[in-house]
Design a protein around this ligand. Structure first.
Ligand SMILES: NC(=O)c1ccc[n+]([C@@H]2O[C@H](COP(=O)([O-])OP(=O)(O)OC[C@H]3O[C@@H](n4cnc5c(N)ncnc54)[C@H](OP(=O)(O)O)[C@@H]3O)[C@@H](O)[C@H]2O)c1
Length: 228
């Protein structure tokens, strides 16, 4: 599976580690020149037992100006950029996203108050991105995923010794299955929570999860998991 990740920050690194553990081929792009290349170098230097890419596993790394070339032929594109940059990427690259599964990972938290979301009531960041994409091409499908998994837990591949749950919301079953396959290949459990509008609850719940880091002393190492 070819996975293009837009944004080469903390979450991108965590997802990249899991994708490489699952044998995916990665393409990386970031707004800051050199940042995707630096991530590619870190990934290539990982010890094999921690999920170093096979030769060619990180196929390309560049700045976002050359992103369109990294979208052609990809199976999944992961938007790992801060809100509302995903909307901008979607509107600028929508045509190049035709036929792709687009994963929105963002948490549209108002960091000035750390008390609310920036989206309107009855809306989610994922649905905003889906609207941008749909305005350019009807042939791309947005899936909300990875917004409840902190970067450090993805890099570790577990939390408290348990495999991570990755909650998926989306309206297209084939697109959700593509993301589920990516999740499974990285040793995690995909949990289909329903249509894309369920992203509202995923984003709201993650705000709660984030605000509890300090009070519970979790240090961004906790995970949301459903246990029987
Ligand atoms: N970190 C986590 O544990 C975590 C967990 C779940 C979800 N998320 C979500 O994941 C997203 C990324 O978070 P992060 O913690 O990885 O942030 P981060 O470390 O700041 O990385 C974001 C990266 O995206 C780049 N970027 C910004 N706008 C861009 C654009 N238009 N095109 C390409 N690259 C762009 C930034 O470049 P510049 O530095 O030049 O701005 C930065 O390198 C956020 O939406 C966040 O809510 C994060």
């Amino acid at each position: 599976m070819i996975v293009t990740i837009v944004g080469a920050g903390r979450l991108a690194e965590g997802i990249a580690v899991r994708a490489l553990a699952g044998g995916c081929t990665l393409r990386l792009a970031d707004a800051e020149p050199g940042k995707a290349d630096a991530l590619a170098s870190r990934l290539r230097a990982r010890p094999p037992q921690l999920g170093r890419p096979r030769p060619g596993g990180v196929e390309a790394a560049t700045d976002v100006a050359r992103l369109a070339g990294l979208l052609a032929g990809a199976d999944v594109v992961v938007l790992a950029v801060p809100y509302p940059e995903g909307r901008r990427v979607a509107s600028e690259q929508g045509a190049a996203m035709a036929g792709l599964t687009v994963v929105d990972t963002c948490n549209p938290v108002d960091f000035s108050t750390f008390d609310t979301l920036l989206t309107s009531p009855g809306m989610s960041a994922a649905e905003e991105i889906a609207r941008e994409v749909a305005a350019v091409t009807p042939a791309a499908h947005v899936v909300k995923a990875f917004n409840t998994t902190f970067a450090a837990t993805l890099a570790a591949g577990q939390a408290a010794g348990l495999p991570l749950d990755v909650f998926l919301a989306g309206d297209d079953s084939a697109a959700k299955e593509a993301v589920a396959a990516l999740v499974r290949s990285g040793g995690m459990r995909p949990v289909d929570v329903g249509p894309l509008r369920r992203a509202r609850e995923l984003e709201a719940f993650q705000l709660l999860h984030m605000t509890l880091q300090g009070p519970l002393g979790l240090d961004w190492g906790s995970a949301l998991k459903l246990l029987p």
